[in-house]
Design a protein around this ligand. Structure first.
Ligand code: G6P
Length: 368
């Protein structure tokens, strides 16, 4: 049957708000805090082998690929397993090299994306075990993979993915912590991360309160035709996702980049008033990103900065400042993406576009 809007104006708006509960459900029963372990039922028979793999290939399309890039960073950082994300549409035709000890993780909200399915077939033909992170229960990808983890976020109707993205990242984080535990990650580090994970829904609820403030920022910059989204480390894929959201529903041209790459070309684009959204929360490369913000400002760009709540120095660098609740660095993506989802949402509403059914796009692309 039809999913009710329950008082919201758009499904996307509802799905952004639902992330508080959706992530609780996604983590429910999967975090054993006392044991500092993660319990992923669908993978329980495989976790021992997974912790010994030589290489993880993540694959997907669109927003799922962005989640995969976050997974790449987390598997490296927390589990010290070499990992790389591949666009499913490229991987399927690349004659990929898959050696013994490589496993593939396919990420898909719908579980029906044609390119992702073809990448899975390609990997299976070459003998790699393939695991799925899928939302739709019983979907083709869920049935085609060897095993997997469901996202448990309920139906996502808005074409622009929101709650499925944060759940994909949440599952990848849980998996990286558990694989880390089976390798070198200490019990106390794992415990701290898992404890913080359980608090993520509450942090997201706080971030959602930024909505009106972000609407004002959207309004002040809505006539700008080109936007940049910049971040370093884990905030780089967050920026990519922010740029994609803006493109998808507000039809504003936006580009996401690792902030340091700007100087190798895109900085030439900066002109008076051009918005540059920096995801600059507390992290190991915080000082570096401050330098990048200064580079944009010196050229007349308008800086919209997402920073940590406790950061007292960054206001000097921001034309618009958005402060998000603090969490440990590996867990920041799911909190930091919230203001970017809201920014795209408000921009599309201000432009009076069809938020839930943007032109030229489909919720799931089942043809090549
Ligand atoms: C379509 C949607 C995107 C989505 C991508 C992958 O292009 O418009 O929002 O990220 O497909 O979808 P999937 O269902 O595989 O996650």
């Amino acid at each position: 049957g039809e999913i009710a809007l329950e008082g919201y104006e758009h499904y996307m708006q509802k799905e952004i708000a639902e992330q508080v509960d959706a992530l609780s459900t996604c983590m429910n029963g999967r975090i054993d805090l006392a044991g500092s372990r993660v319990v992923l039922g669908g993978l329980s028979n495989y976790l021992r082998d997974l912790a010994r793999v030589k290489r993880i290939i993540l694959t997907g399309c669109g927003t799922a690929w962005h989640a995969g890039l976050i997974g790449e960073y987390l598997f490296e950082q927390l589990a010290r397993i070499p990992a790389e994300v591949e666009y499913a549409s490229e991987f399927r035709y690349r004659n990929p090299i898959i050696e013994d000890g490589t496993i593939v993780i396919a990420i898909s909200q719908s579980g029906e994306t044609a390119d992702t399915l073809a990448a899975i077939e390609q990997a299976k033909d070459r003998g790699a075990p393939v695991f799925g992170l899928v939302n739709v229960v019983g979907s083709t990808i869920a049935r085609t993979t060897d095993a997997g983890v469901y996202l448990r976020v309920g139906p996502e109707i808005g074409v622009a993915s929101t709650k499925a993205f944060t759940a994909q990242v949440t599952v990848l984080t849980m998996l990286a912590i558990e694989l880390g535990r089976r390798r070198h990650l200490s019990q106390s580090d794992a415990h701290g991360l898992l404890e913080d994970m359980l608090n993520l829904p509450e942090k997201i609820a706080k971030a959602l309160k930024l909505s009106e403030e972000i609407k004002r920022i959207a309004k002040a910059n809505i006539d700008q035709p080109n936007w940049l989204f910049l971040g370093r480390g884990l905030n780089y894929p967050v920026g990519l996702e922010g740029a994609l959201k803006l493109k998808e529903i507000s039809y504003i041209h936006a580009e996401g980049l690792p902030a340091a790459e700007m100087k190798h070309g895109p900085i030439a684009l900066i002109s008076e008033g051009m918005p540059a959204v920096f995801v600059a929360t507390q992290s190991s490369n915080y000082d570096k990103i401050i330098g990048n913000i200064e580079e944009v400002r010196a050229r007349g760009g308008r800086t919209i900065v997402i920073a940590s709540e406790g950061d007292e120095q960054i206001a000097d660098y921001a034309d618009h400042l958005i402060k998000v609740p603090e969490v440990r660095e590996p867990l920041q993506p799911v909190v930091n993406v919230i203001p970017l989802q809201l920014l795209a949402y408000h921009a599309a509403v201000l432009k009076d576009y069809d938020v839930d059914k943007p032109r030229n796009l489909a919720k799931s692309v089942t043809v090549e």
